[in-house]
Design a protein around this ligand. Structure first.
Ligand code: UDX
Length: 438
């Protein structure tokens, strides 16, 4: 199959590289000349474990190339994926579809024979219909089927998620498109990954409903965590206890500082707006969005409370800035709000993150960056663990205690056993568990 991927951002690059790895011929297109030049020079503009090796192997095998112009490759393609950004529109929170429709028009102009055009970007319900209308009215002579095929890739685990998906959702009722999509995903089908065919609108809603449900699950356990703290229960044990019920499941029940990233905040908001437009509000999700926003600020207050209610003039060491480990992505990261709350409270903030510091520099206020946890802990009044990077899981507590001014750890990801930290003489404040005071 000849595949063209429009948009070489996170989703486009991972999907394009993995399709090439299946044996298809893939051209990844992007309007950014700098991005294409970098990719052609062998540089991968995002941090995703394993991606650079797959890109390199498939370029060498002649199955993967990059281009700034979509027309030549689209003319030859069996399938064209639209994987351009759909940011939240400024002002109203709706998904901004400008790039999607612009790409669709360009594709239609370049298409030659029968071509399947697939939306991989997360698009509101009805976007496929609108693209089809554009094709029908503006390009009536072209033979194009429009399909929805949402992605469910987690940053940091995207290659595994692509190659071992729980399911592949494909929204189309067009018989020719169904055959083409079967062929595209045949290598996974042989791996027994279920292909789930449904109507296009249903497929579009599945994506939003899946992300909203996961965001709600996280928010649920975060509220149970707050309650646990107040009533003396342990949220990790509660999560385990309810997660053993197969109807609930044990995934996405880690209490923390609130969800962030490029998907959950944007997609929950877009679903809320769509539902309001259709006069069918999704109140659970509206509440989820509000709780999660408040939570990030509340985490700042939690740190201040752990520092005896006042951080003015104190030094706080922040471990982890990205919205989750194994990514350099800072989009909607809880660290942004937490750091701001600490700065507002008069603290000086020193931070370290294994991959996110470059991106953080453009976003965070006046803070100091260090080269490792021990450096930023020198003379600190508290350490705050915001992101659960592997290298933070086994810190040398003895060493930290000797360099810190005041041995306090606020663990917003619950990665330490309280008794172990307390044994070293630290004050320890976690999420949804009993604090250990010095
Ligand atoms: C998510 C979805 O998982 C993926 O299927 C979708 O297509 C894109 O959005 P991603 O944003 O990369 O992926 O990360 P994910 O692992 O889902 O985490 C999102 C946020 O939720 C992070 O901030 C993470 O720290 C938080 N989270 C996740 C929790 O706080 N607790 C959990 O139990 C799980």
């Amino acid at each position: 199959m000849r595949i063209v991927m429009i948009g070489s951002g996170y989703v486009g690059l991972v999907s394009g590289a993995c399709f090439a790895d299946f044996g298809h011929h893939v051209t990844c297109v992007d309007k950014s000349e700098a991005k294409i030049t970098a990719l052609e020079a062998g540089e991968v503009p995002i941090f995703e474990p394993g991606l650079d090796a797959i890109i390199q192997q498939n370029r060498e095998a002649g199955r993967l190339d990059f281009s700034k112009n979509l027309a030549p490759s689209v003319g030859e393609a069996d399938v064209v994926f639209i994987a351009v950004g759909t940011p939240s529109r400024r002002g109203d929170g709706h998904a901004d579809l400008t790039y999607v429709y612009a790409a669709a028009r360009e594709i239609a102009a370049a298409v030659k024979g029968f071509t399947v055009v697939v939306t991989k970007s997360t698009v509101p319900v009805g976007t496929g219909d609108e693209i089809e209308r554009i094709f029908r009215e503006e390009f009536p002579e072209k033979d194009i089927a429009v399909v929805s095929n949402p992605e469910f890739l987690r940053e940091g685990a995207a290659i595994t998620d692509f190659k071992r998906p729980d399911r592949i959702v494909i929204g189309t009722e067009d018989a020719r498109a169904i055959e083409v999509m079967r062929e595209v995903y045949r290598p996974l089908y042989l791996n027994e990954a279920p292909l789930y065919f449904c109507e296009r609108r249903t497929s579009e809603l599945i994506k939003y409903a899946a992300n909203a449900f996961l965001a709600m699950k996280i928010t649920f356990i975060n509220e149970i965590a707050d309650l646990s703290e107040k009533i003396g229960a342990d949220v990790q044990k509660v999560a385990k206890g309810i997660g053993m019920d197969k109807r609930i499941g044990d995934k996405f029940l880690h209490a923390g500082p609130g969800y962030g990233g490029s998907c959950f905040p944007k997609d929950t908001l877009a679903l809320v707006k769509t539902a309001q437009d259709f006069d069918s509000p999704v109140r659970l999700i509206e509440t989820t969005v509000a709780i999660n926003d408040n939570r990030k600020r509340a985490m700042g207050r939690k740190v201040i409370a752990a520092c005896d209610g006042d951080v003015r003039g104190k030094k706080i060491a922040v471990l982890g800035l990205t919205f989750k480990p194994n990514t350099d992505d800072m989009r909607d990261a809880p660290s942004i709000t937490i750091v701001q709350a600490l700065l507002d409270g008069g603290a000086t903030v020193h931070a370290y993150d294994p991959e996110g510091m470059e991106a953080a520099k453009d976003i965070l206020g006046p803070i100091t960056y260090g080269k490792d946890p021990y450096e930023i802990a020198v003379d600190a009044d508290a350490i705050v663990i915001v992101t659960e990077w592997e290298e933070f899981r086994a810190l040398d507590l003895k060493r930290l205690k000797t360099v810190m001014k005041d041995p306090v750890i606020v663990d917003l990801r619950n990665i330490y056993p309280a008794s172990e930290v307390a044994k070293h003489g630290f004050g320890y404040f976690a999420i949804g568990r009993k604090p250990e005071r010095r």
